[in-house]
Each structure stands twice: as structure tokens, then as C-alpha cells.
Design a protein. Sequence first.
Length: 165
Amino acid sequence: MRLTTKGRYAVTAMLDLAIHARQGPVSLNDISGRQGISLSYLEQLFAKLRRQGLVSSVRGPGGGYRLSREDAEINVASIVDAVNESMDATRCNRKGDCQDGEECLTHHLWIDLSDQIHSFLSDISLSDLIARREVKDTARRQELNASKRIDGLLISDSSEMSPSS
């Protein structure tokens, strides 16, 4: 069993949003730049997150997304569930037809594992993740890298605009 890209990216994007939420609405373009997730993929994920009531959108200049609830009230499992990501360790998607249309010997073991994983992720909120030192360090590094990229673009734009001698 593994969590697919959809679930991982949704959690990553929501954590980025939670980290930067105090600065006002966060644009998907900013999240895309910091996290290396394509803008079109983020748009698909955030449509699902919005439908599930985890984020709200703000239109107009300076618009973007904000969390619909406090970061302490949003757990990782709810994010994964919102993007229709399955945390199912069974081969049969819990149907019980894993071996010749019947339950296999380990069917209930894999269901229990799936339930444990979901329970584990239900106990971790966005605020829990934000409080972690390694998350703070990574967020600072990403901010620095984003600033360097912006500065590099500004310098290259200004040199292209200056008149030649």
C-alpha cells in the first residue's frame, strides 16, 4: 500500500497554505513555485479541497486560497480523503473478493492496517506539522530559494530593458 501523488501533493499544498496563511490569501501560483507542483494539478486538487470545505477562495487582486478552518482543526486524513485518495492496503478494495471471489486469509489484516494508517493520519493536524522544526527549516529554505529566483528574474528583466550603448 502506498499513498499516491494525489494525496501527497494535496497534503504538501495544504501545509504550504497553512504556513503562509497569516500573510493573507495564498495563490496557487505561489504554492506551485515553492513546492514544484504544476499549477493545473493544484487547480484540480483545490477544486476538490474546496468542495469538501477545507479551503475557500478569494477572488480579485491579491486573491488566492485560505483555510476554511483553523489549521489545528484540519487533519492529514481529511485532506487525503477530500481528494478521493484511498488508504487501502487490500488488493480487493475492501470488497472481500481477493481470492477467487472470496476473502483471502489476510484480508482482515490488511483492512486493520488500512484503518490504523487512517487513524494515525487523523491524529496529525496541519498545526502539528507546522510546529515541527524540520518543517519550519524546510519552509525557510523554500522561501529563500523563491526569493533568489524572483531576484534573478528581476535582474534579468532589468538588464533586458536597459538601453544598449
